[in-house]
Design a protein around this ligand. Structure first.
Ligand code: LMR
Length: 393
């Protein structure tokens, strides 16, 4: 049975963590997988999570099954965080999923059942798992142009030109904020233009928002998504608590469907539950129980929002510190674009060979597509990393 299987390909992101761990050099810096580190280089459990954990341990009376859709209060909280104030609130449904990757796959499977001919358009470049997940769900994948290698910003004209060819059997996958891997986000004008194009040409928007709160804040990061949800008949959304609640290993996410009517949204949810049953049955509970506990308490919500806001502000200051170091110690403003990017990631514009050089010569681990994780930097790494960037450029 297994003799014909090829040797496994390494995951371009997850394999870096293993290589980093095995690297004996003291000066090594892990800018690979999207994990937030504090100034001490640690990824601590957030205070709000710790307090919620105490409450859950003290009050949970059973470990019996929850249900195919996971925790319904958690699902409602995810809908509230993303869609409050929009007309979509009356025609939406959600299931809890094992992380946002689980949500991507469930919505991929849903599209395959509901509209077998679907082509899904993803940005070039995009999160490395988007294409594999959608292809595994049996969908056709196409790319739309997104990032200008010259300006290191979104090439909105090229993007719109490609999206103008998407039609009613198509789904367009957008990043809600903090584009992975580039860090370059579309502005509100582009959100409006894509919404109008969707109304005119009939494609369905799909928004993956795995970093809400890391760009400009919880509300600002959902602004484009909310406008779109308010103005289109149908929309798909995936969200994650990995980053903004620091729940990486707890695999806590949600798949959300906005439909024409509440009945249609509920029908889609029913299908998602059937699909979950034949895949993993139901999601793990712990992470969702913690998020539900936090968002169900005004006090804990305040603690969480404050911590999230501190992380967001620190990302902005790390970007500035890196640009300042490049300018002041190396006299270059070539990388000033880093400061205009949002969230955890930035694409430096380096080739695969240059990323290999960063890793082999300096022990700096970024992803092969040129992505570095700004949230993996500590203040003390900045001179070392800036020097390496300049040497490799
Ligand atoms: C990343 O892009 O680094 C994260 O989203 C981790 C993952 O799941 O690939």
């Amino acid at each position: 049975m297994f003799s014909q299987l090829p040797a496994p390909m390494l995951d371009p992101i997850l394999s870096l963590s293993v290589a980093y761990r095995n690297d004996p050099r003291d000066e090594k810096v892990d800018l690979g997988i999207g994990v937030y580190k504090n100034s001490a280089g640690e990824t601590p459990v957030m205070q709000a999570i710790k307090q919620a954990q105490d409450i859950v341990v003290a009050t949970q009376t059973t470990k019996s099954y929850v249900g195919l859709a996971g925790c319904e209060q958690f699902n409602q909280s995810m809908i509230d965080l993303l869609l409050t104030g929009t007309s979509a609130m009356d025609r939406v449904s959600a299931i809890q999923t094992p992380g946002a990757s689980g949500a991507l796959r469930m919505l991929g499977d849903l599209m395959k059942v509901a509209q077998p001919n679907t082509t899904i358009w993803i940005s070039d470049p995009s999160y490395v798992n988007h294409k594999p997940v959608m292809e595994a769900a049996g969908l056709k994948v196409r790319h739309y142009r997104y990032f200008s290698r010259d300006t290191k910003q979104v090439d909105v004209d090229a993007m719109m030109a490609d999206l103008r060819t998407a039609g009613k059997d198509d789904v367009v996958l957008l990043h809600g904020c903090c584009h992975n891997p580039t860090g370059a986000d579309i502005d509100f004008d582009a959100w409006q233009a894509i919404t109008q194009l969707s109304q005119k040409n009939g494609f369905t928007p799909f928004v993956d928002i795995a970093y809400q709160g890391f760009g400009d804040g919880l509300e600002a990061d959902a602004k484009g998504l909310r406008y779109m949800a308010d103005n289109v008949e149908e929309m798909l959304i995936t969200t994650s608590c990995s980053k903004n609640f620091g729940l990486y290993r707890e695999r806590t996410g949600a798949a959300i469907v906005v439909a024409n009517t509440k009945q249609e949204a509920d029908n889609a949810k029913g299908k998602l539950m059937t699909l979950a049953r034949s895949t993993y049955t139901m999601p793990p509970d712990h992470g969702a129980a913690l998020v539900k506990t936090i968002l169900g308490s005004d006090t804990l919500t305040q603690v969480w929002k404050q911590e999230l806001s501190q992380m967001q502000k620190r990302l902005v200051s790390l970007r500035k510190a890196l640009c300042d170091e490049l300018k002041n110690s190396h006299g270059t403003s070539q990388f000033d674009f880093i400061q205009s990017h949002k969230g955890m990631f930035t694409v430096l514009g380096f080739s695969q060979e240059q990323m290999t050089q960063l890793r082999e010569e300096y022990g700096i681990y970024g992803v092969g597509d040129g992505r570095i994780n700004i949230a993996g930097l500590t203040e003390k790494d900045i001179p070392y990393v800036a020097n390496a960037i300049v040497r490799v450029a």
